[in-house]
Design a protein around this ligand. Structure first.
Ligand code: MN
Length: 403
């Protein structure tokens, strides 16, 4: 299908994609839009002001799968049939002239740990004398509940966090700026249709509840994390900020991207089995100061997002519209496919060398990290997920000085 909008299909934002976001034209309030080529289409002006003249996607997410699919097919009709052009064209805004916002009001945030390579790499680094994976890892998708209120839109400056950190050779912790600030390149899943308290969501019902996919950078202060995480898991080392991309790619755009997940051995328990596994062939790229330092492949992830959702609700916990859950760091088998600096530099021992000659173990103030991704789309096209980006600003560890 070809759109009448000047849109290069190979640029990743043709009618095969149509990701949703929230934007403000200059001087106007936010509303829902879809990206088409280098433009954003105002859905409040084009389709339904009640549903789309809103500051988040949540009302549309709550409308459910039938409405999502119907809206997508209407948009494809409007954007491909030249007869609609005169009515629709005035609602297009050049994407570089609008402000992009957080696309969803995040209800709850959960982060998983679904890459076998990532979990094994960290195991090898921190428990060199034992098995890389802990005994539970191949039986359930390990995860933790994160902080929804500090999920921020792409482009938000990330202040270096302060906290307690205790080097291995020190007797007591000290307070100060994190000196091991890291990234985690992840894929996020946005829940639309809520589930009922007490009723687990089966793996086969994944697409009834999950609307779409975005990119996530789970900023991580490794020194704060290492000291605080025992025995209850991640806390302040991660809760200071989590960045997400402005565009949510609907599952309806990802039919061509579906691939099997890796063979699971031992076979998971019944509630984690899937009729057709939801592996996804997403190819991520991590840029540090404009230079690609890693290309993590999502397709190799051990646990699928349908398994994560089934596990998250198997105890009867319900999900809500706007819930976001993320895959955990995406890392592949090759050294340049690792989605965090702690892995890329092997715990800081092998610095990443940039073409400027500079080296990095962890992030320096002023560094910019951008994560992008593409996936196969219909008719041999490639879909773009856009990017999630953030720049590190200096720590302010003295609350009195912040005025
Ligand atoms: Mn993470």
């Amino acid at each position: 299908m070809t759109t009448w909008v000047p849109a290069d299909e190979q640029a990743g934002f043709g009618v095969a994609n149509l990701p949703y976001g929230v934007f403000s034209p200059p001087g106007q309030p936010p509303r829902v839009g879809v990206r088409i080529g280098e433009y954003v289409l105002d859905l409040a002006a084009t389709l339904d002001a009640e549903l789309f003249a809103r500051g988040s996607l949540n009302p549309f997410l709550a409308a459910g799968r039938a409405r999502w699919t119907e809206t997508r097919s209407r948009l494809r009709e409007l954007l491909t049939d030249e007869r609609h052009r005169p009515a629709v064209e005035p609602a297009l805004y050049p994407v570089d002239r609008v402000t992009l916002h957080l696309p969803i009001e995040v209800a709850d945030f959960v982060d998983f740990y679904a890459s076998e390579e990532h979990a094994s790499n960290l195991g090898r680094m921190f428990r060199p004398d034992s098995e890389p994976l802990l005994p539970n890892w191949k039986h359930l998708p390990v995860g933790y509940h994160g902080r929804a209120g500090t999920v921020v839109p792409s482009g938000t400056p990330i202040a270096r966090p302060c906290g307690q950190r205790k080097p291995p050779d020190a007797d007591v912790p000290t307070f100060g700026p994190s000196v091991r600030l890291d990234i985690e390149a992840e894929v996020g899943f946005v829940v639309g249709t809520p589930s009922t308290l007490g009723e687990p969501v089966a793996t086969k019902d994944f697409a009834e509840h999950v609307f779409g996919v975005c990119l996530v950078n789970d900023w991580s202060a490794r020194d704060i994390q290492a000291w605080e995480y025992v025995p209850l898991g991640p806390f302040l080392g991660k809760s200071f900020a989590t960045s997400i991309s402005p565009w949510v790619v609907p599952l309806d755009a990802l039919a061509e991207a579906r691939v099997p997940t890796p063979r699971q051995q031992p076979a998971p328990l019944d509630y984690l089995t899937e009729p057709e596994p939801w592996g996804l062939d997403l190819r991520l790229a991590v840029e540090l100061n404009g230079e690609v330092i890693a290309r993590p492949p999502y397709a190799g992830m051990y646990w699928s997002p349908a398994q994560m959702l089934a596990h998250m609700t198997v105890n009867g916990a319900s999900v809500r519209t706007g819930d976001l859950y993320a895959s955990g760091t995406v890392s592949g088998q090759a050294a340049d496919q690792r989605g965090s600096l702690i892995e890329l530099t092997w715990n800081g021992r092998e610095p990443v060398r940039l073409s400027s000659g500079e080296e990095r173990t962890f992030l320096a103030d002023g560094d910019t990290v951008s994560i992008s991704a593409t996936a196969p789309g219909e008719g041999g096209s490639r879909l773009s997920f856009g990017q999630v980006t953030g720049r590190i600003t200096p720590a302010n560890c003295d609350p009195a000085a912040s005025g």
